[in-house]
Design a protein around this ligand. Structure first.
Ligand SMILES: Cc1cc2nc3c(=O)[nH]c(=O)nc-3n(C[C@H](O)[C@H](O)[C@H](O)COP(=O)(O)OP(=O)(O)OC[C@H]3O[C@@H](n4cnc5c(N)ncnc54)[C@H](O)[C@@H]3O)c2cc1C
Length: 357
């Protein structure tokens, strides 16, 4: 799990949550605080100033680093973590005493639980264990993906650049001052083997303005992969004593940088609900978990869908649709209210801060 390259943008509420959990030391030392992003439309530039418009920035700190910090903190706490469990299965979460069974080193094990937190990602066993019909799924599969490349070079810009171009979307992102992450939109059926590093850099340069393309520092890919773009929500997020959290319950296209932040928000909510259950003997937080989480999830789904529609070029896009995108970009440039709406959503005005504060 530390080998996977994914999220990098943390909302201020996510940082606050990690602060409260006492695991943000390295994040503050090594994370990069960004006060805005750059939008590009066919080479024209417009900066969205988060600090001025929403009062907060975001922090760029890789998801693998967050995971490492959490694993270290858990090990230091002395709590038991079981890695490499096989054949994990969930039982009796519709009753008072649910169980998790797994096999480790050829031996069967069973954990007796009060509750099960299903935080095992989109392909995990938690959602798959729910009887058919008990959850309702809402889904949009977007007809394109992101081809991403990681390189050991300083980023082309201090802030993220989101570029909409006739040839498709491009994103210039980063993990640190020395490591950059770049993406180009590709058709859903594209194969990563067909993309040499040289082809990737050529395509990225074509989608950027001339000045940025010239400054771009390239190199061999440390990692290269294609991520599909999907919007998905499973309702409800609580089934008896099983709680779904993070990608197990919902997926957003990465354009709005919301997935990890939503997962953190769910866990923040769940943690508060369980503390209330054990501390105050109250079931209120647990009963409210699904509805409260879903309100935030749908807000993030809307924003991620909107950012995706604004910046990508779907197959068969016609002149009308492209001109609507242009008008949307001009609206963001001319209306402070429109720019503020983007800034609030991106930095997490609807995010975890509200649920844990
Ligand atoms: C290209 C890309 C860019 C992204 N950028 C951003 C961004 O900038 N900001 C952002 O907020 N989000 C971003 N995301 C989304 C983000 O990565 C996910 O939303 C986030 O990882 C969800 O966390 P999770 O813990 O719910 O699921 P996961 O990260 O999928 O973790 C689930 C874990 O459960 C484990 N697991 C599965 N099954 C079992 C089992 N049976 N037993 C034990 N363990 C199991 C898995 O091994 C895995 O470690 C991006 C995603 C992609 C693809």
């Amino acid at each position: 799990m530390l080998g996977r390259v994914r999220a990098g943008v943390l909302e201020h509420g996510t940082v606050e949550l990690l602060d409260r959990a006492g695991v943000a030391g390295r994040l503050h030392a090594e994370g990069l605080v960004h006060d805005g992003i750059e939008l590009r439309f066919d080479g024209e530039r417009h900066r969205i100033d988060f600090r001025a418009l929403a009062g907060h920035g975001v922090t760029v700190y890789g998801q693998t680093e967050v995971t490492r910090d959490l694993m270290d903190a858990r090990a230091a706490s002395g709590a038991i973590t079981i890695y490499e469990a096989q054949a994990v299965s969930l039982h009796d979460f519709d009753r008072a005493s649910p169980k998790v069974r797994y096999v480790k080193d050829g031996i069967d094990h069973e954990i007796a639980c009060d509750f099960i937190a299903g935080c095992d990602g989109f392909h995990g066993v938690s959602r798959a264990s729910v009887p058919a019909g008990a959850v309702q799924a809402f889904e949009r599969v977007h007809p394109f993906g992101w081809l991403g490349l990681m390189v050991e070079q300083p980023p082309v810009s201090d802030e993220l650049i989101y570029a909409s171009h006739e040839r498709g979307f491009a994103l210039c992102s980063m993990r640190s001052r020395h490591r950059s992450r770049y993406y180009v939109q590709v058709p859903s059926d594209e194969r990563v083997e067909d993309w040499s590093d040289a082809r990737f850099w050529d395509e990225l340069r074509r989608r950027l303005d001339e000045e940025t393309a010239e400054r771009l520092l390239t190199g061999p890919a440390l990692e290269k992969s294609i991520a599909p773009l999907r919007s998905f929500v499973a309702e409800p997020m609580r089934l008896g004593r099983l709680f779904l959290a993070g990608d197990a319950a919902h997926i957003v296209p990465p354009t709005g940088a919301k997935g990890l932040n939503l997962a953190m928000g769910d866990v923040g909510l769940l943690c508060a609900a369980l503390a209330e259950f054990y501390g105050e003997k109250s079931q209120a937080g647990i009963d409210a978990y699904s509805a409260r989480a879903l309100a935030r999830v749908w807000a993030a789904e809307r924003f991620s869908w909107w950012m995706t529609s604004l910046l990508h070029r779907p197959p068969g896009m016609d002149g009308f649709a492209r001109r609507i995108q242009r008008a949307e970009f001009d609206h963001l440039r001319s209306s402070q209210a429109a720019a503020r709406s983007l800034a609030e959503s991106y930095t997490g005005a609807f995010g975890v801060a509200g649920v844990t504060g």
